[in-house]
Ligand binder design. Structure first.
Ligand code: SF4
Ligand code: SF4
Length: 411
């Protein structure tokens, strides 16, 4: 059976660069007329106070819930201190656009410029800092936000600043906006793993901690990679969720495919990862999109759509547009209703992640990671049988944060 593979299907006549003000984090606060973060944090604390490890599960030892709650803050610390998820943080805080080190020019020394050698070095660095997958995509203006929103998650009028692609050489900011030069022709994109055992208990305090740790790790990776580029005399802009859409860049770099749950699905860790990226003019070897058979498998799987407590993940075919302004019209994909998802987060006191926990590609282990995954990459012939088998066996993938599981995760 021939597989149909199109990495990114975009209707250029309809597609417009996405405004960061339309991420669900910003849009939901506007809809509510108040920030969603405070009630979310309150609900999360209530879970711990009432000895709940998840919205539906009370545990015997309150101390366990309190410890799990503290893990969230602990694992988030590096992220908060440095990059703060990156949203609205383009050229701010730890993500400030630092100039390239120009000691090469001062000393009259040639900068290293061998793309293959530099690519190997930065892959080593990213892996050493915690990345499980690193690739390089070409500069593509379509994925760069049209504007950033400075008053992140705040209700009322968005305080926006345009991101302009109108200069060569050095990125800068002035009254007109943020100027991001297309001479930053390479985008290094890295995936860091989230703790699969913690995610398997989603939605829960443990899963929230895993998400926090993912962001802290991603901050470490992208700040280190950017500094590596600058130290060799090249421009570099580090970014987490801000500046541009990470997922299509990761697809272009060959890290994975976009799944039904709207996330990047990597062959190694499925959607159980977080992404970060660095724009640079350093010469590097670019990757290409890879056909891993994942989207074809998503057609018959649908486990994430069935598991989604907010029914935000579509169960039908890909469409050209989604439910609201949080979706990019003009891209053929499964458009997740991100506002509906975020409303559930607020009600549950958890950033959920059930759609990550149930995905057969998550975790990089279990029956699915062997022969099934290899077959999926070659043919669609066995997809329905494997989806059926996974429905029978995959249920074990998601666990309760019970008093039995807790010592297993954290002895
Ligand atoms: S995080 Fe939870 S609510 Fe949001 S899409 Fe995934 S399963 Fe649904
Ligand atoms: S759970 Fe199934 S349908 Fe959803 S992203 Fe994973 S493989 Fe695709």
């Amino acid at each position: 059976v021939a597989k149909i593979f199109k990495a990114l299907t975009v209707d250029e006549a309809r597609y417009q660069r996405f405004s960061e003000s339309n991420t669900a984090f910003n849009a939901l606060s506007r809809d509510r007329g108040s920030g969603w973060q405070m009630p979310f944090a309150r609900r999360q604390r209530d879970l711990a106070i009432h000895a709940k490890a998840s919205p539906k599960e009370t545990i015997v030892q309150r101390e366990d819930a309190l410890i799990q709650y503290a893990l969230i803050d602990a694992m988030d610390r590096i992220n908060v201190m440095t990059a703060n998820w990156g949203s609205g943080k383009c050229n701010r805080g730890g993500l400030k656009w630092e100039p390239a080190d120009d000691w090469f020019a001062e000393e009259g020394v040639e900068r290293p410029a061998d793309a293959a050698r530099l690519t190997r070095a930065l892959r080593f660095l990213a892996r050493d800092c915690g990345a499980v997958s690193t690739g390089v995509a070409p500069f593509d203006p379509r994925w760069i936000y049209s504007e950033t929103q400075r008053n992140h998650c705040q209700p009322g009028e968005p305080d926006t600043q345009p991101i302009l692609i109108d200069s060569d050489g050095i990125p800068f900011e002035d009254e007109a906006g943020l100027h991001l030069p297309s001479t930053l022709r390479n985008v290094i994109v890295c995936a860091v793993p989230m703790h699969a055992d913690l995610i398997s208990t989603a939605p829960s305090l443990y899963a929230e901690a895993a998400t926090s740790q993912g962001y802290s790790l991603a901050a470490c990776v992208c700040l280190s990679v950017a500094e590596f580029c600058r130290s060799l005399g090249y421009q570099a802009i580090a970014s987490l969720n801000g500046t541009a859409l990470s997922i299509p860049i990761a697809v272009q770099a060959g890290l994975g495919e976009v799944g039904r749950n709207g996330m990047l699905i990597t062959p190694e860790y499925g959607p159980c990862i977080r992404l970060c990226k660095v724009y640079t003019d350093m010469p590097l070897e670019q990757g290409t999109p890879r056909d891993l058979g994942i989207q074809a498998y998503c057609q018959v799987c649908g486990a994430c759509a069935r598991a989604c407590p907010s029914h935000a993940i579509p169960s039908g075919e890909p469409t050209w547009e989604g439910a609201n302004e949080c979706n990019s019209a003009g891209v053929l994909k499964w458009h997740v209703n991100a506002k509906q998802c975020l409303r559930y987060w607020v009600a549950a006191g958890s950033s959920c992640s059930a759609c990550i926990a149930v995905c057969p590609f998550s975790g990089g282990k279990g029956w699915f990671s062997g022969l099934p995954q290899r077959l999926i990459a070659r043919t669609t012939r066995w997809n329905r049988i494997m989806a059926w088998l996974d429905r029978r066996w995959g249920v074990k993938r998601r666990r309760q944060t019970s008093d039995q599981v807790t010592p297993e995760i954290m002895p």
